[in-house]
Design a protein around this ligand. Structure first.
Ligand SMILES: Cc1cc2nc3c(=O)[nH]c(=O)nc-3n(C[C@H](O)[C@H](O)[C@H](O)COP(=O)(O)OP(=O)(O)OC[C@H]3O[C@@H](n4cnc5c(N)ncnc54)[C@H](O)[C@@H]3O)c2cc1C
Length: 430
């Protein structure tokens, strides 16, 4: 009998538990240690923040589903991983031992790295369901008294898609509310160009996103470092290619959402051999930590080096498709070890993304993630908005059902799906 623990029940950890359960022997024990009993589908948060989704539409209580699937749930959360003792210290002071640990905690949101940033400061967030609900309250008040908006991501961020999505979704929501003409919008990003996305662009994401921003009257500042935020003003330093200061701007805002940099969570940060200096879990190509070979990691909490040098730090995104492939590789590798075999499965780590604009959107596929690529494709259309809703419905359905099957893989590899969606919207297939 072996005991496997999955730490974190988010987008990666939940399907990790389902897929691991499918592969374990009846005698093996599987426990998920997470914060609370609720799963939240983070990709829906931009919709939550403008009132297009309610909390209960994008969250799932895992207690009964896990019980049905034979998965123990520990909602206390982990205070610290003790890899030399093969055990976790939980937030209630108790300990729980493991034979294999899969770390899937997602990120810690490093708002404190920029003075005045974040929900405890002067900008809003969509990174957590509670943040998105608070943002929505502020947005509703803003609609009664509109003013300038600043949206974007700060230096060191590694998740740019949702920043673009939220800018375009706000534009759509403001037009529908008939107040867009009273709202100057500025997009602020450390990326060296619009559409870089931490991936040095994919297909023509630069052209597509710049054009969409021009179309929707959203101004932008790239190579932008946010130095601090005070009530109603964001202080931004624009840098040259060599990192020297090009210009300083004080941007007034009545509403702002900025994505923070990510780092590893407290429970693992600083553990020698387990994590890198930012607290991300170091793994080999089999998702396995080299220093502690009974620890695996998946999702946003794994360490991935940046794609190339940029004047300001720009991290690589870890999106749903990549996470699903990490999950499958990890489940295969742990079940191989349980059979006494060596792990051989390798995640594909390709980037496949649907960026919703609220009425249309942009999709891209990068295979492999680092250029030059075999597939370097991007496309724009109303079908992307439909596909994003499909992704949400399908993912939540499989969480409720206790199933682990992949969605993005099917979407990316079976381009037929995209052709069908384009046909529904009468858009030409490429
Ligand atoms: C706003 C936003 C929108 C996004 N939209 C998309 C999208 O449309 N498509 C896409 O492919 N990707 C998207 N992403 C990127 C990525 O897919 C998501 O962030 C995804 O949720 C990451 O999954 P994860 O399992 O790594 O982390 P999470 O989903 O964040 O889950 C981590 C889990 O670990 C738990 N946890 C944390 N600390 C502890 C602890 N100490 N003990 C126990 N449990 C802990 C958390 O409570 C949480 O349940 C988006 C990201 C953001 C921020």
């Amino acid at each position: 009998m072996s005991h496997i623990i999955v730490l974190g029940a988010g987008l990666g950890g939940t399907i990790m538990a389902y897929e691991m359960r499918d592969r374990l022997r009846r005698s093996d024990r599987l426990t998920v240690v997470t914060l609370g009993t609720s799963f939240a589908f983070i990709p829906s948060n931009p919709w939550v923040a403008v009132g297009w989704r309610q909390r209960d539409e994008v969250t799932v209580d895992l207690s009964d589903i896990f019980k049905r699937r034979g998965i123990d749930l520990r909602p206390e959360g982990a205070k610290r991983v003790h890899p030399n003792q093969n055990r976790l210290e939980l937030n209630d002071g108790s300990f729980i031992g493991y034979d294999y640990l899969i770390i899937a905690t997602g990120p810690d949101l490093a708002f404190d790295e920029v003075p005045g940033l974040g929900p405890d400061g002067h900008t809003h967030s969509i990174c957590h369901i509670d943040h998105a609900l608070a943002t929505r309250e502020r947005f509703e008040a803003f609609l009664r008294e509109p003013g300038p908006i600043v949206i974007g991501a700060v230096q060191g961020a590694s998740c740019y898609g949702p920043a673009y999505e939220f800018a375009f979704i706000l534009d759509t929501a403001l037009r529908r509310a008939r107040v867009r003409d009273r709202v100057p919008m500025t997009f602020v990003t450390p990326e060296p160009y619009i559409g870089h996305l931490g991936l040095d662009g994919v297909g023509d994401t630069k052209g597509l996103l710049e054009s969409a921003m021009r179309d929707r009257h959203i101004k932008w500042i790239t190579n932008a470092k946010v130095t601090s935020v005070e009530a109603g003003t964001m202080h931004v330093e624009e840098v040259n290619d060599d990192g020297s200061t090009k210009a300083r701007q004080d941007l007034p805002f009545a509403f702002s959402m900025m994505l923070p940099a990510f780092r590893g969570v407290d429970a693992v940060r600083g553990i020698e051999g387990l994590v890198n200096p930012r607290g991300f879990v170091t793994i080999d190509k089999h998702q396995r930590n080299p220093a502690y070979p009974n620890i695996f990691s998946i999702g946003v909490c794994v360490a991935i080096p940046p794609v190339g040098k940029t004047p300001l730090p720009v991290g690589v995104p870890k999106t749903g498709f990549m996470i699903e492939s990490m999950v499958t590789a990890t489940a295969q590798n742990i079940s191989a070890l349980l059979r006494g075999e060596e792990p051989t499965a390798v995640a594909t780590w390709n980037a496949v993304c649907l960026a919703d604009f609220g009425d249309e959107g942009i999709a891209f596929v990068a295979q492999p993630q680092i250029p030059p690529r075999n597939v370097n494709w991007s496309s724009q259309g109303r079908w992307v908005h439909t596909a994003k809703i499909g992704f949400e419905k399908y993912f939540l359905h499989k969480v409720r059902q206790g199933k682990s099957e992949t969605f993005y893989e099917a979407l990316a590899l079976d381009m037929l799906g995209i052709k069908k969606l384009k046909a529904i919207h009468n858009e030409p297939a490429e």
